[in-house]
Design a protein around this ligand. Structure first.
Ligand code: FES
Ligand code: FE
Length: 373
């Protein structure tokens, strides 16, 4: 592995208020989360027509459901009559239609207004015009990605291209068959920290030696502090004595059969801006989705995905899950330790990045440019 050319000095970070100011957070919602593709739900969570989930995307609640024709649809979760929130549950299932709890306007799974009390006989109520407002949706890696922009950016470039670029070749990610894996475990983390602290932490490896003893045991090169994900195509090699990507180095479960020899015994990490992290190891894939809810509050939903037959057979996944669950807890604790300090006068002008973390500087430039519009 050849180290990239590194800057010779420390690099300034964003100033503290970027992580605490509600006005900056509102701008991020408007110019980042409401403009870009946002990884919303695992498509298999919508296991039949009428299954739904509601998710917060920027300032909007989005209702994602499966229609009769089996396609995934997304709508703004707002009744067109007087604006009541249509579904108040985070997930559930309706038989045939969504009924507003206020005056009972009813919408089909295709979003059309299908019934409204006392509306019969009222002429000219266009059932499409007063249908739910659709949201762009695409499926990739087994997730439904939504975009609130009127004209979404290219999914091929911004999502597929950005993710596959990290692994060097477009085929590399496909070998993990992420779309057909099953959710072996899901953990939801309530993190009292700004979403950017979580991304920056995920992008860096400078902290690995200090806070991730179990991870550096399995991936010894992480103890050196270089963020392996920023060497294109590079996967961190497992320790010689590690039999699997597990909390104690014990063997994992069945390897995904299409994973190539050169991907075996290696760990790859990808960030898809603005809110997705993907980790790939030979027998499972870990996908984190962040839902930024306030300047100092982010929900992170993490899925551990394994071969369907492994999950169906009830195999013991606990040692595989425990490794990255500990990493998550260690990382989110670190982010929560930084968050209150972002308001301190000590951090008014921000902090610094060491040269090996220069790619986080590039992330800061990206955020700043987006907010400039
Ligand atoms: Fe939904 Fe009236 S606000 S039916
Ligand atoms: Fe970490």
């Amino acid at each position: 592995m050849t180290a990239p050319e590194l800057p010779k000095s420390l690099i300034p970070t964003l100033p503290g208020p970027s992580y605490t100011d509600p006005a900056i957070f509102a701008l991020e919602q408007e110019r980042i989360f409401e403009q870009m593709w946002f990884c919303a739900v695992r498509a298999s969570d919508l296991d039949k027509p009428g299954s739904f989930r509601t998710v917060q995307v920027g300032r909007e609640s989005v209702l994602v459901t499966r229609a009769r024709d089996d396609s995934v649809k997304a709508y703004l979760n707002i009744c067109r009559h007087r604006g009541a929130r249509l579904c108040t549950e985070e997930s559930g299932e309706v038989k045939r239609a969504f009924q507003c709890p206020y005056h009972a306007w009813t919408y089909g799974l295709d979003g059309k207004l299908v019934a409204a009390p006392n509306l019969t006989g009222m002429p000219d109520v266009d059932r499409t015009t007063y249908g739910l407002v659709p949201v762009h949706v695409r499926e990739w890696l087994g997730y439904a990605w939504v975009c609130l922009a009127d004209e979404p950016p290219s999914f091929e470039t911004d999502v597929i291209g950005a993710a596959t670029e990290r692994l060097g070749t477009p085929e590399a990610i496909g070998r993990y068959q992420t779309e057909s894996l099953a959710v072996g475990r899901r953990i939801r983390y309530e993190v009292r920290a700004n979403w950017k602290l979580i991304i920056e932490n995920f992008m860096e490896c400078y902290h690995c030696a200090t806070i991730h003893p179990e991870l550096t045991e399995v991936l010894p090169e992480f103890a050196g502090g270089y963020a392996a994900q920023y060497y294109v195509g590079h996967g961190a090699e497992f320790a010689g004595d590690a039999e699997g990507f597990t909390v104690d180095g014990s063997p994992g479960v069945d390897r995904i059969p299409t994973v190539s020899e050169d991907q075996d015994r290696r760990y790859y990490a990808i960030t898809v801006k603005p809110q997705v992290f993907i980790n790939l190891v030979p027998d499972h894939v870990i996908v984190h989705r962040m839902y930024p809810l306030a300047a100092d509050h982010t929900v992170v939903e993490c899925d551990w995905l394994f071969l369907k037959e492994v999950v169906d057979a009830g195999r013991d996944l606990s040692r595989s899950v425990e490794l990255f669950h500990r990493v998550n807890v260690q990382d989110f604790d670190a982010c929560e330790r930084c968050q209150p300090a972002m308001d301190s006068r000590a951090y008014r002008a921000g902090g610094v990045l060491v040269p090996s973390e220069h790619h986080i500087g590039a992330f800061h430039t990206w955020v700043t440019d987006r907010l400039r519009g």
